[in-house]
Write a protein that binds this ligand. Structure first.
Ligand SMILES: NC(=O)c1ccc[n+]([C@@H]2O[C@H](COP(=O)([O-])OP(=O)(O)OC[C@H]3O[C@@H](n4cnc5c(N)ncnc54)[C@H](O)[C@@H]3O)[C@@H](O)[C@H]2O)c1
Length: 317
């Protein structure tokens, strides 16, 4: 039987590309996209879509029953920078949506769940370089606290109730199809758009702030390959560290300058600097590499070429 998949939060930065990738793999009608709002034209035209509020249990359960869903990818969340502005709303969305999906899985109505965590689970007391899978975790943001709690609950539901839930601690994700949704690493997407549009960019992080990042194609491939891995290979049931590249605004600007020599960058750090300072600079993802064969494909140069080409093509800059 083909998987019937529901993506919640399908119109966001990751959901949009995940929907396309999964539809190509299992067929358009086997992937139900859903979100609290409509997505871009291409997504809306490519297959079934439901308006759904992830914090409303009856709505989530109703869509799962209506479409006979067996796998859920829960991508709806409030991201790091936005959740600092609306802490209670962020907590409510990030936690309640997860509980709804986990409880529906516990009841046996779905067989597999993907839920994304983040490098935001780490905090200022975490070792910053090559941050291990298991280490000190004292997140200092609302978002990070919600992701850490979510990880604990995922592992709990796996151990207590046998729920097959799988998760990745995404680093900052870089993509050109959909704009990012209010995270601390958004500068690394905006910079490409501004480089092409105006030839300059003012970074909200300092020039030497190094953070773990990943090109979206790698993140989507990782997500699908974790979900396809045999259950016994998925040994971490909280969330896997995942890594591809690390860079600073300064090194990113230098890679853009190889294509646009006149590009200028300036720096005006804001409240997001403090969030970035509390996160790792690099991540040890050897568990993901050993357990289910993770390998990244994009380095900084390859990503920059693809980003500039993609933005020119999709956004006609
Ligand atoms: N993008 C990144 O760099 C990154 C990094 C680490 C983790 N993550 C995690 O990955 C997941 C997806 O992130 P993203 O970047 O695509 O986020 P995004 O903000 O771009 O997309 C989230 C989507 O959820 C939808 N949504 C919001 N409230 C909803 C609700 N009540 N019901 C249904 N849908 C709702 C939004 O409309 C949006 O389309 C999140 O859990 C996020 O924390 C993202």
């Amino acid at each position: 039987m083909a998987s019937k998949i529901l993506i919640i939060g399908a119109c966001g930065q990751i959901g949009t590309e995940l929907t396309t990738a999964l539809r190509e793999k299992v067929g358009n009608n086997n992937v139900i996209a859903s979100d609290i709002r409509e997505g871009d034209e291409e997504l809306m035209a490519s297959g079934p879509f439901e308006i759904l509020d992830a914090t409303n249990f009856e709505q989530v359960e109703g869509v799962i029953e209506k479409h006979d869903i067996n796998e859920v990818y829960l991508m709806a969340a409030m991201l790091s920078a936005t959740a600092e502005k609306f802490p209670m709303k962020g907590w409510e969305l990030n936690m309640n949506s997860l509980f709804h999906v986990l409880n529906i899985a516990k009841a046996g109505k779905i067989q597999k769940v993907f839920w994304p965590s983040s490098i935001a689970v780490f905090g200022p007391t975490t070792p910053k370089l090559d941050t291990p899978q298991q280490t000190v975790m004292e997140p200092s943001t609302v978002y990070g606290i919600s992701k850490q709690a979510g990880e604990r609950w995922c592992e709990y539901y796996y151990k207590k109730f046998g729920v097959d839930v799988r998760s990745i601690r995404y680093p900052g994700l870089i993509s050109y199809k959909t704009l990012p949704g209010g995270g601390t690493t958004d500068y690394a997407v905006e910079i490409y758009h501004e480089a092409l549009k105006t030839g300059k960019y003012t970074s909200f992080l300092k020039e030497d702030t190094e953070l773990p990042m990943m090109f979206m194609d790698d993140a989507i491939r990782a997500t699908i390959s974790l979900m396809e891995a045999p259950a016994e290979k998925v040994k971490v049931r909280s969330s896997y560290n995942l890594s591809a590249l690390n860079f600073t605004p300064k090194t990113l600007a230098a890679s853009i300058r190889k294509h646009i020599p006149e590009f200028e960058i300036s720096y005006a750090p804001d409240f997001r600097q403090e969030i970035a300072d509390s996160w790792p600079s690099s991540i040890d993802d050897s568990h993901a590499r050993e357990d289910w064969g993770w390998q990244h494909e994009y380095d900084l140069e390859k990503m920059t070429s693809e980003m500039l080409e993609g933005i020119r093509e999709v956004h006609h800059v």
